[in-house]
Write a protein that binds this ligand. Sequence first.
Ligand code: NAI
Ligand code: 15L
Length: 260
Amino acid sequence: MTRPVLLTGASGTLGRMLASRLARKGYALRLSDIVAFPDPLPEGAEFVPVDLLDEAAVHDLVQGTHQIIHLGGISVEKPFRSVIDANILGLTHLFEAARQDRQRIVFASSNHAIGFYERGEKLSVRDPMRPDGYYGLSKAYGELLARMMFDKHGLESVHMRIGSCLPQPTEARHLSTWLSHDDFERLIVAALETKATGHAIVWGVSANRQSWWGDDDAARIGYVPQDDAEHFAPLPDQGDPVARRFQGGSFTAHDYTRGD
Ligand code: NAI
Ligand code: 15L
């Protein structure tokens, strides 16, 4: 029997979209979230409700699956306490369970791990992280936890530093950060299907002419984006001067107290 791919955060915006796309491609899926899956279950999918904070339940959830796509957790800037619960404790439970079962994890990291670089600066995934809040910091933790897990235990993982995954770009910042749904699917399939990934970090971004993000491990996992936000240009800029200055946009302006 085929072992299903585990998808956490399945009831969220990207999870629902991905679940139906992967099911159409013939993947057997084990969907999981803390809240019920709101749509009819795709063919070949089962749903297992789990709170990532429940270590024993996370351990059981991983058993018998084949690779893990981890989208579950807090997906916006929030106070420290709410972020650490799902994004640090919950994430660590998942990596520990994956390590015991020797499963590859494909992790939804975020551009907010590097949000305090100024717009226009061209980045490599090897540049130092500059998180723009507790949310971005939790994504930095995920990437580093996985680095340790690979160096110490050989656990493979692919980190998608996702920009803005939307049906279409709606503001000027998205001309650089947009990840189309089709390219998101391409990235996920590449991360699942590549024979060996090691610890890979890939910008989760389309082939945008105005992208700020360059050198990464996309070629190593075979990810070739095909869409370009430029087709939607020009788009209006949004937010206050801080949001317009930095790559992380409005997340950087949240509780920003510097005078410059
Ligand atoms: P979302 O907020 O719609 O989905 C997250 C899901 O995680 C929700 O369904 C929620 O119920 C679940 N969740 C939260 N706490 C949980 C817990 N303790 N146990 C189990 N499940 C829990 O977010 P979205 O937009 O679908 O994003 C998915 C992932 O991709 C997130 O990790 C987010 O940080 C990341 N990401 C998304 C981007 C985007 O453009 N949508 C950009 C960069 C990263
Ligand atoms: C993210 O990490 C968020 O999950 C998503 O809601 C968007 O705000 C995105 O980044 C972005 O930066 O556009």
